[in-house]
Write a protein that binds this ligand. Structure first.
Ligand code: ATP
Ligand code: MG
Length: 232
């Protein structure tokens, strides 16, 4: 089908929660999107700042969470590429797969504030229109962003984060109604996030995910002018 308007919702989705789903749904409604593709990040290389659940688990939770919405789909482009995910790669791959579609990259206020530090941010803006959505606890400002490249929209405020969901599971607290029911059951079935956050082998919370600089045993990539770590 030619000329479709397609939202792209990138994230670590560790786990996917209702904040993600509401943001995608609201952006779809406001921008008349035919589809929103959720794109879980690939698995970071070893020795990242924290343990990230396996990519297949995050992918499957995202499939479970989006299955009932006919406009939502999930792409494996980042999972199958492996390694840290850069948005430029996500958008390049999706644009190649859907050359006639217009892409809208949906991102929360926290990620939006970092966007200029992303690898090849100018090329990202050329491949997609960016939709910045409000998120409780973060200021949504686009003053520093290229004119016309980003639209800011207000979405119903849900103060939910994956970090908090993981911490709650680690403490034995419920995540019912923060994440879809099937995701609660999947977390339980696979025993995800049971290790309390404080007991993890690595200290700092914060996820090198999409647009994170590679870390660990691999030699660092040569510095580029606009690339810094952007936890998402
Ligand atoms: P973590 O706490 O592990 O960073 P997260 O809740 O921020 O997880 P991500 O997978 O990092 O979830 O986020 C994916 C995208 O969804 C980002 O653009 C983020 O800004 C956006 N997002 C996440 N939670 C919300 C929310 N509650 N409201 C609006 N946008 C959100
Ligand atoms: Mg995040």
């Amino acid at each position: 089908m030619a000329g479709r308007r397609v939202g792209v919702m990138g994230g670590t989705f560790d786990p996917v929660h209702h904040g993600h789903l509401v943001a995608a749904s609201e952006a779809a409604s406001l921008f008349g999107l035919d589809e929103v593709v959720f794109v879980p990040t690939g698995q970071p290389w070893q020795k990242t700042d924290r343990d990230v659940a396996p990519a297949e688990d995050r992918y499957l939770m995202t499939v479970i969470a989006t299955a009932s919405n006919p406009r939502f789909s999930v792409s494996r482009v980042d999972v199958d590429r492996g390694g840290p995910t850069y948005t430029i790669d996500t958008l390049t791959d999706l644009a190649r797969q859907r050359p006639d579609d217009e892409l809208f990259f949906i991102t929360g206020a926290d990620a939006l504030s970092q966007i200029l530090t992303w690898r090849d941010s100018a090329a990202c803006f050329a491949l997609a229109h960016f939709v910045g959505v409000t998120r409780p606890g973060f200021d949504l400002g686009a003053a520093h962003l290229p004119e016309g490249a980003v639209s800011l929209v207000e979405v119903p405020a849900l103060a939910i984060s994956s970090s908090d969901c993981r911490a709650r599971v680690g403490r034995g607290m419920p995540v019912w109604y923060l994440v879809p029911d099937g995701v609660v059951q999947y977390i339980e079935k696979r025993g995800l996030y049971r290790t309390p956050v404080g007991a993890r082998t690595t200290a700092r919370e914060g996820v090198p995910g999409r647009d994170a600089a590679p870390s660990g045993d691999r030699p660092p990539e040569p510095p580029t002018t606009d690339l810094q770590e952007v936890p998402r």
